[in-house]
Write a protein that binds this ligand. Sequence first.
Ligand code: PLP
Length: 426
Amino acid sequence: MISRPRSSAAFAHAKALIPGGVNSPARAFGAVGGEPLFISRAHGAHLHDLDGNSYIDLIGSWGPMILGHGHPKVQAAIAEALARGTSYGAPTEAESRLAQLVIDAVPSIEMVRFVSSGTEAAMSAIRLARGHTGREKIIKFAGCYHGHVDSLLVAAGSAATTLGVPTSPGITRANAADTIVLPFNGCQELQDAFKAAGDSIACVMVEPVAGNMGLVMPTPEFRRLLRDLTRRHGALLVYDEVMTGFRLALGGAQELLGDEPDVTALGKIIGGGLPMAAYGGSREVMSKVMPAGPVFQAGTLSGNPLAMAAGISTLEELKATNPYPRLEALGKRLEDGLRAVCLEKRVPFTLNRCGSMWTLFFTPGPVTDYESAKTSDTKKFGRFFWDMMDRGVYLPCSQFEAAFNSVLHDEALIDRVISAAGESLA
Ligand SMILES: *Cc1c(COP(=O)(O)O)cnc(C)c1O
């Protein structure tokens, strides 16, 4: 591992001031060993660290930076908004402009409310589902992440169809008890859960293409059951598209797959790199949100003008350029190259990919849920991660995360990633 003394010193300093030295645990490199790199700047498809090294960035701020860093139109839009003040606590026309863009893009959304983080979007969607149905229980799937909401921070894993067990101290058993955790793609378990408790279930919350246990695709049967069972039992189907929204298609996974959720949570790309997220759905359901309806939800910085400017310019650029066919082609090039390398080096692997989102699991697989994802050789992943880092490729620092390409990851950069992987796996 090459030494990065400035990052090391900055990390030591931060650890005395901030828990673990980071403001979000995924950044601490706990899963791969070693210390996090401190970043001084980002440009295009690259990150630059304090020690003057540069890296091909395959995390894109964990999803938002689909246009690459410092896109000129996004920067200009933020600068223009900045000149008019940073926050008013009063409505602006920009909010309706972004709302219109979201409604035009995402098939199932007729009305949308802006919030400040994906966590807040998921949390508000759950409250809305409970308020709308008058029911208390929710279903989530092991390995899916919906932010650090108490009732959703329940991964269970083992006792799959029993009541949830909190993932973190500080979450009450009562809070976890209303969360039913099932295996992703678990059709039988889903049917059983609805049979047992169908009329007390407010909603099913799911990442339609899961990214937070590494990338895992839903089966068509699983998606069909999600829609049929929720409809039949009067529960809402909530798609958490915080990661997949504007990533897999302009209209997210639901456009790509042709699905119709009742409520959708959005985040990451929608803020164009600023802290912003949203939830939306049909006019009927969204009309329950205060002040149109009784379900309370509020935010001092919600609809922030800088975030609106970044979001509008990002979505307009995606709409105008339709980068999705090219992202798919480049994703395919990367997938083919990595497959060839793993076969050549005789590395047991499973590569799951959807467009510009992908995960290379070190397991023969297949990887279809959290249990099978966990069969991966995480020690091997840790070595691979650092070998790639030393070759100038910045991967997500855990086996159980998706990597992201941006529109700036062209053929030449993709081929550099593939050859770095070849050297790292040698
Ligand atoms: C990132 C993410 C969240 C949480 O968003 P934050 O902005 O980090 O709060 C929720 N759901 C999914 C699917 C995510 O990927």
